[in-house]
Design a protein around this ligand. Structure first.
Ligand SMILES: NC(=O)c1ccc[n+]([C@@H]2O[C@H](COP(=O)([O-])OP(=O)(O)OC[C@H]3O[C@@H](n4cnc5c(N)ncnc54)[C@H](O)[C@@H]3O)[C@@H](O)[C@H]2O)c1
Length: 335
């Protein structure tokens, strides 16, 4: 049997695929290799996966019903679980290109649900990525899964919350066992060049200034990618089949938020270089603090974040420098 992973050439997708392959699974990876950030980085991740035994890549857009049905006909009988990570990520980009979010996150999520319903007869579990952004501007911290999530402050967050509701309806209507995981600011090697830790590292290395929004007073619950991968695998092994509606949501976050200024100090230490800091006002769509309540995740998924921020940033920087030919060539947005 095999695991279908969408967004396989993405940051978290590559790490999830590597962990599944290491555990002996057959993996079918799907990705459209779009140019939201440089496809060269996605190709480099994919090259690592293609070098592993047990990995099959299918290029395709998850919002393209025919393309997904083709994958269903070709491989569906062997798929026992799906890890659905493909999405248009990033909060700020949703101001510039809203329809990319509707297409990948709403239409794409629906197409994956229909794929599960019609073409994957042996499916036991669909695990999909949601986001801490669904908590919007909630002031009560830490954010718990039972907290209100009716007030998203970005389109990205709205699409992720919609995905949770679409999944709830498909679990209720068709009994498809599903787990949605709300990831909190994931960072690490092979990461995303649109995220602050990468943009800051690139800028500091080139002695360019970095801009700290909300005067650097934002607090983020930075979560190391290996911890996220472990959470995905722990969830995957525990389909919620005993519930009347087999759908559950969990937070995957470090549960120890750090102010951006502290984060920059740790990054400076990892890089061995000082930052030139510009303070800027809050950006539309951003939230001030994120912090995960992970009691339920610990209890039900036996999951525990292990990597502190200093260690995680050291590993990120070691990778960033070791892959300098790749990372220096990525045209990171101005920080
Ligand atoms: N990285 C984080 O901090 C974070 C936080 C919360 C949630 N998430 C969610 O986790 C998932 C993975 O995020 P990531 O950080 O690895 O992002 P990523 O952009 O690196 O990975 C997503 C991958 O999906 C692919 N993709 C996008 N739209 C597609 C489509 N229509 N068809 C096929 N492939 C498509 C992209 O090419 C990319 O390779 C996403 O669902 C994201 O919303 C990430």
């Amino acid at each position: 049997m095999s695991v279908l992973v969408t967004g396989a050439a993405g940051f978290i997708g590559m790490h999830v695929c590597l962990a599944l392959l290491k555990a002996g699974a057959e993996v079918i990876g799907v990705d459209d290799m779009n140019a939201y950030y440089t496809p060269r980085l996605k190709e480099a991740r994919l090259a690592r996966l293609n070098a592993r035994k047990g990995f099959t890549f299918m290029a395709g857009d998850i919002a393209d019903r025919q393309a997904m049905e083709h994958i269903g006909r070709a491989h569906g009988a062997s798929v026992s679980s799906v890890v659905h990570l493909a999405a248009q990520a990033g909060v700020r980009h949703s101001l510039a290109d809203p329809f990319a979010y509707v297409q990948s996150n709403l239409v794409g999520h629906m197409v994956i649900l229909e794929l599960c319903r019609h073409h994957l007869p042996a499916l036991t579990h669909l695990v999909y990525a949601s986001s801490s952004s669904v908590y919007g501007g909630n002031e009560k911290v830490p954010f718990a899964v039972g907290d209100p999530v009716e007030c998203p402050v970005s389109l990205y967050a709205a699409t992720k919350r919609c995905d949770e509701l679409l999944s709830q309806s498909y679990a209720s209507l068709y009994g498809i066992p599903q787990t949605g995981l709300r990831f909190f600011t994931v960072y690490g090697p092979w990461g995303r060049p649109d995220m602050a830790y990468w943009r800051f590292a690139a800028a500091i290395r080139r002695n360019r200034p970095i801009r700290l929004y909300n005067q650097g007073r934002m607090r983020r619950d930075f979560t190391y990618v290996d911890d996220i991968v472990e959470g995905v695998l722990q969830a995957l092994a525990r389909p919620p089949t005993s519930l009347p509606v087999p759908h559950r949501l969990y937070n995957l976050g470090h549960a120890d938020p750090v102010e951006l200024r502290t984060f920059v100090r740790l990054l400076e230490a990892a890089l061995g270089q000082s930052a030139r800091i510009e303070l800027a006002p809050m950006q539309p769509g951003d939230v001030e603090t994120t912090m995960a309540d992970i009691e339920a995740t610990r209890r039900d998924l036996d999951w525990q974040p292990r990597t502190d921020l200093a260690t995680g940033l050291d590993r990120f920087v070691a990778w960033f420098d070791a892959e300098a030919a790749l990372t220096a060539s990525v045209d990171a947005d101005p920080a």
